[in-house]
Design a protein around this ligand. Structure first.
Ligand code: UT7
Length: 338
């Protein structure tokens, strides 16, 4: 029976605005310098630094699982936000390297943190995952689906990397970054500009499906493959336009920006984007890749955490974030830093 004037459906009421209330990070214990990866791929420290800007990356040990790294990063984010785990209504985890398809990493993480049965689910948008999850969290708080959302970007790509593959072995690292999103009295998360370039969906992909693995007489782990130059060209040319659209939609001019936090894919991509957007000198640019490598879904929150911890960025700064990767998926938004 249709609802008429006498029977009205109640809908959730949210808040006008949402903001990032706190940030946390987990960086694995083991630092892996270029010298440790070069022999297997016939490369050199000089080549890797010149082509990617990477000096070190971190590879997680067996006990540094996706769940463990996420819980550590989340605890730090909750402490920074001054929010108790019991106040978290929803946990969203962006990852492509949780080795259980079910249950989600998020449900284990929500339980371990001591939330009171928070809604919990994972999303798979690879390196672009964190900015996708942040957009969802913003919408949830504003729509009234949740008051506090914990967003985690986590990946352990060392388990999916062929150490002898010249195109990927030196790039990827492991880690987790988390933010708490909650109500705000003023606008603090701008509109997301996102999408996916499906025509190029397989430029970065798992080399075989789990079905292929099981059909194999001598099964080996699936690895990640990447057509690096094509991805490089796409990211360098297209992503600056997406970043500019995020600025435009937020009504922020480049010279009003304090901080630029692009996905830490390659230092040359970051430089090309900054040049193409004509970012003024005063804009501080995240360069976490030098010490962390490309940590996929963790790269934007890890870079954000480092900038705040090292005083390169401050609470109240206006930051442009953009993440992009397999899919080819991308998402960008302007935020006010906690
Ligand atoms: O996070 C998801 C998004 N990912 C990205 O955005 C990554 C985008 N791609 C890249 O960052 C770059 O493509 C790489 C860093 C992966 C590679 O850099 P490149 O400048 O695109 O190198 P290339 O593949 O075009 O190769 C250039 C040269 C070649 O030699 P010749 O043909 O010029 O003599 C390669 O054989 O470098 C050689 N080469 C290497 N040399 C030493 C390729 N890989 C290596 C290597 N060490 N690891």
């Amino acid at each position: 029976m249709p609802l008429d004037g006498s029977r009205t459906l109640q809908v959730a009421e949210g808040t006008s605005y949402a903001r990032i209330l706190g940030v946390g990070a987990y960086r694995p214990r083991r630092i892996v310098p270029n010298s440790e990866v070069v022999d297997a791929i016939d490369s050199s420290d000089e080549w890797i630094q010149q082509r990617s800007g990477i000096r070190n990356r971190r590879w997680a040990a067996d006990d540094e699982t996706v769940e463990m790294m996420s819980v550590e990063a989340s605890r730090a984010a909750l402490a920074h936000a001054g929010i108790d785990a019991r106040q978290v209504d929803c946990v969203v985890v962006a990852t492509v390297s949780h080795m259980l398809n079910l249950p989600s990493a998020a449900s284990a993480i929500a339980h371990e943190l001591g939330t009171e049965q928070a809604a919990a689910f994972d999303i798979a948008a690879a390196c672009a995952g964190f900015c996708h999850a942040l957009a969802l969290a913003n919408d949830m708080v504003r729509a009234g689906s949740a008051r506090h959302v914990l967003v985690v970007g986590v990946d352990k790509l060392s388990t999916m990397t062929d150490r002898t593959d010249r195109g990927t072995a030196f790039i990827f690292g492991d880690g987790a970054g988390a933010v708490v999103v909650g109500p705000s009295e003023t606008p603090a998360i701008g509109p997301v500009v996102w999408g996916s370039d499906g025509e190029q969906y397989d430029l970065i992909r798992q080399d075989k499906s789990w079905t292929d693995v099981l059909a194999d007489d001598d099964p080996t782990y699936p690895f990640m493959t990447m057509q690096g130059s094509a991805v490089f060209r796409w990211a360098s040319f297209t992503m600056a336009k997406t970043a500019q659209q995020a600025l435009d939609r937020a009504g922020v001019k480049a010279d009003e920006l304090d901080v630029f936090i692009p996905h830490q894919a390659n230092m040359r991509i970051t430089n090309a984007m900054a040049r193409s957007m004509k970012l003024p000198e005063h804009v501080r640019i995240a360069r976490d890749i030098a010490e962390q490598g490309n940590t996929s879904a963790a790269s934007v929150p890890l870079a954000l955490e480092r900038m705040l911890a090292e005083g390169e960025a401050a609470s109240g700064d206006v930051a442009l974030m953009i993440a992009f990767g397999a899919g080819l998926a991308y998402a960008a938004q302007v935020v006010v830093l906690p």
